[in-house]
Design a protein around this ligand. Structure first.
Ligand SMILES: [Zn+2]
Length: 137
């Protein structure tokens, strides 16, 4: 489903802010799907450093915790030079359907997409409503 979404342009959030409780809840559930302890550590201290310029609820993330080792990323399924990994999930249905995608770049949490449509801000789904949690690359 990624290909239907524009590449986000980010407005800096400076200084970076803590995740909201709903953001943290979603990140924690998605991170668990990777099964990589280094990403759990990152998720515990990650901050929001940017918001999507289009007005949707996607946020760019920043973490100073150790990156996942390249060998672990490859074992988790990463194939490309950027050591990209993602985990996606869906929530809701009909007009309230939304997709969330947590991206990992170079071994660090990079952004959380919360997508319904271009420019549409939506509340984050409850973690327990996430389904179809799938690691992609
Ligand atoms: Zn956006």
């Amino acid at each position: 489903m990624d290909e239907t979404q524009p590449t986000p342009t980010w407005h800096d959030v400076d200084p970076p802010r803590a995740l909201t409780a709903p953001e943290q809840g979603v990140v924690d559930v998605l991170v668990a799907a990777f099964g990589l302890p280094a990403l759990r550590t990152q998720a515990s201290e990650v901050r929001v450093s940017g918001r999507c310029a289009c007005g949707c609820s996607s946020v760019r993330l920043t973490t100073t915790a150790d990156a996942v080792r390249a060998a672990d990323l490859v074992r988790a399924g990463s194939l490309d030079d950027g050591f990209h990994l993602a985990v996606e999930a869906r929530a809701g249905r009909g007009r309230s359907a939304r997709q969330v995608v947590l991206h990992v770049l170079q071994g660090r949490l990079h952004d959380l997409e919360v997508f319904v449509a271009e420019g549409v801000a939506v509340p984050l789904p409850q973690p327990r409503h996430l389904r179809g949690i799938t690691v992609t690359r």
